[in-house]
Write a protein that binds this ligand. Sequence first.
Ligand SMILES: NC(=O)c1ccc[n+]([C@@H]2O[C@H](COP(=O)([O-])OP(=O)(O)OC[C@H]3O[C@@H](n4cnc5c(N)ncnc54)[C@H](OP(=O)(O)O)[C@@H]3O)[C@@H](O)[C@H]2O)c1
Length: 193
Amino acid sequence: MIYTSVLTSLTNLDTLYLDSLLLDSPLGTHEETLKAYRILEGYVMQKKVRHLGISNVSLPKLERLYDECHVKPSIVQNRFWASNKWDVGVRRFCRDHGMVWQSFWTRNPQLLKTALVQRVAEGVLGNGDRKEEALNLLVLVLGRGWWEGGGVAILYGATREAAMKSDLEAAVRVGAVSIGERMEFSRLVGEDD
Ligand SMILES: NC(=O)c1ccc[n+]([C@@H]2O[C@H](COP(=O)([O-])OP(=O)(O)OC[C@H]3O[C@@H](n4cnc5c(N)ncnc54)[C@H](OP(=O)(O)O)[C@@H]3O)[C@@H](O)[C@H]2O)c1
């Protein structure tokens, strides 16, 4: 199945290699996960895939996979929400190992309601209505200071052109988020340093 999926992607995208390939989630046991991941590693060896990753993974499962795999994951794609403490443990692990931590379900209603998001919308983007874009900026700055590589990325799901343009135009303002705002957001999403 993985084999078919990679070949189909190569054909559909009319390309000789894929930039990245992610395992959608760990399987029932560690052994099954490793077996599936080994198939993905084979594609890197064949130069059909450049980077590997995994999604929906807990810290203990990620640590074990990382220890035992040959091609270390470059990307971890996880849900950004309060119930997993904003994935702070996995984010730290990614930072310490030079991996990209990629969020989905980023537009969290709980965060969108905060005074900080409102303040960044007004102060950085000059428009208090642009809370969606302000939250994106705050998530992106979580990757500031990941000197060893990696960083934080947002897996993006907008379908309207207007939303895409607005988000992209706002994203270039990421450098205008202050250190104080970054620290306040870091604390909101589980970091204490
Ligand atoms: N790995 C996994 O298990 C997993 C799980 C869930 C999702 N995903 C993937 O993650 C990607 C993102 O999905 P998501 O659920 O996280 O979506 P998302 O990017 O958090 O949200 C997309 C929604 O946000 C709206 N939006 C974006 N920018 C906006 C703006 N500036 N103002 C107002 N609304 C705005 C979009 O509206 P419009 O569409 O109307 O533009 C769309 O309804 C998708 O490719 C999805 O397949 C992966």
